[in-house]
Ligand binder design. Structure first.
Ligand code: PLP
Length: 393
């Protein structure tokens, strides 16, 4: 992965300076929030600024965050949405009625669950392949082609929730393109700090910008990015302008603010997570740790090749315990907060089996950890006291 952007400076610099969006009228270094939903016309009925007529289409505040994010992902285009789910829904809905999407058999439950209800009402066809398994992806695509039922889109989430599978994006892109499909990557957990899917051949990238990109747990935002003028993108952009699933100006501004520290936060999350993963692996009450940074992880080799400078801030681990003892362990934590989500500054732990149905196969002794930027010794001490209290270790 290249460290310098086509603009000549490093990607860290583009993020830290929010791509130099200095307000030329005031000289302000930090961009202002523009809350106006509408923009005036002059005596000749021309828009005073031709770029802006109504904020559902474009707003100066979204445009700044979209530009910074596009620069970081090496994308030509970016559109913000009101949430990660709204961004994802816009891509899937762009397939149109009678569309067909090929998804992994294990990924973020929210998308899986929405696809189930949306496909029932819309006629969208959903097929599955074994997550992060290129041979399975190729053979399912082949079978569908033989049956004259090729999908328009292949979906990848890497690293994936909550097992942290890592997909080889370049290989997935080759397989998808050979079958005439496009590839969309949910890169929420990787962020452009670690992986830039468009450079690896993906056609579209989506983010729950609610997570690392904003990074402070205080704004719900989504994003879709592309570097080509493909048909799905045209529909995504058109639907965003017309159906208007846009974020508020404050949320877009908070995203730009968060992006300024993205590299520092993600790198601290990565180093904390690796230290915790290695420590957890040594604990007598831990059965298994899922983290692509561990040499024991089944996708460590591709993670090393594809993820630059770290393996992300998410891990999951399984205790040698039943559901009751697993929940008791979570309840014994003092510093680590028991809550859903990821990508903030504080560490969150979640018992996914309590929120997902049994069909997703998440074990009842599994906990997902979204590591923050705290001093890692404090997090490990919190785990140690919870092990002692719960299991008398
Ligand atoms: C990988 C991934 N994609 C998408 C989403 C949905 O994002 P949002 O909560 O912003 O709608 C999430 C939320 O947890 C997620 O983890």
């Amino acid at each position: 992965m290249k460290s310098r952007s086509p603009q000549g400076v490093h990607y860290e610099t583009l993020a830290a300076s929010a791509s130099h969006h200095i307000d030329l009228q005031t000289g302000a270094v930090i961009p202002a929030i523009q809350p106006s939903t509408t923009f005036a016309r002059d005596e000749q009925y021309n828009l005073i600024n031709p770029a802006h007529g109504y904020a559902r289409d474009k707003s100066p505040t979204y445009l700044i965050a979209e530009q910074v994010l596009a620069d970081l992902e090496n994308a030509a285009e970016c559109r913000l949405f009101s949430s990660g789910m709204a961004a994802i829904a816009s891509v899937i809905q762009a397939l149109g009625s009678g569309g067909h999407v090929l998804v992994p058999d294990s990924f973020y439950w929210g998308v899986f669950s929405w696809l189930k209800s949306y496909s029932a009402s819309s006629g969208l066809k959903v097929s599955t392949y074994a997550n992060a398994d290129s041979a399975s992806l190729a053979s399912v695509l082949d079978e569908l082609k033989q049956a004259g039922d090729s999908p328009g889109l292949v979906w990848v989430e890497t690293p994936s929730n909550p097992f942290l599978y890592v997909t080889d994006i370049a290989e997935a892109a080759q397989n998808a393109h050979a079958a005439g499909a496009m590839l969309c990557v949910d890169s929420t957990a990787a962020t452009p700090v670690l992986t830039r899917p468009l450079d690896l051949g993906a056609d579209l990238v989506v983010h729950s910008a609610t997570k690392y990109l904003n990074g402070h747990g205080d704004a719900l935002v989504g994003a879709v990015l592309t570097n080509g003028d493909n048909s799905l993108w045209q529909s995504v952009a058109e639907q965003r302008a017309m159906a208007g699933s846009v974020p508020g100006s404050l949320e877009a501004w908070l995203l730009t603010r968060g992006l300024r520290t993205l590299f520092l936060r993600v790198r601290q999350c990565c180093s904390n997570t690796l230290a915790i993963a290695e420590w957890l692996e040594q604990q007598s009450m831990v059965d298994k740790v899922n983290y692509p940074g561990l040499s024991t992880h089944q996708h460590h080799a591709i993670a090393r090749q594809q993820m630059q400078g770290g393996f992300g801030g998410l891990l999951s681990f399984e205790l040698k315990a039943d559901k009751v003892a697993t929940l008791k362990f979570v309840g014994a934590l003092r510093l680590i907060v028991s809550a859903t989500s990821l990508g903030g500054t504080e560490t969150l732990i979640e018992h996914r089996a309590s929120v997902e149905p049994p069909e997703t196969g998440v074990p009842e002794n599994q906990l997902r950890l979204a590591v923050g930027i705290e001093q890692v010794d404090d997090l490990i001490e919190d785990f140690q006291q919870a092990f002692d209290t719960t299991f008398g270790t």
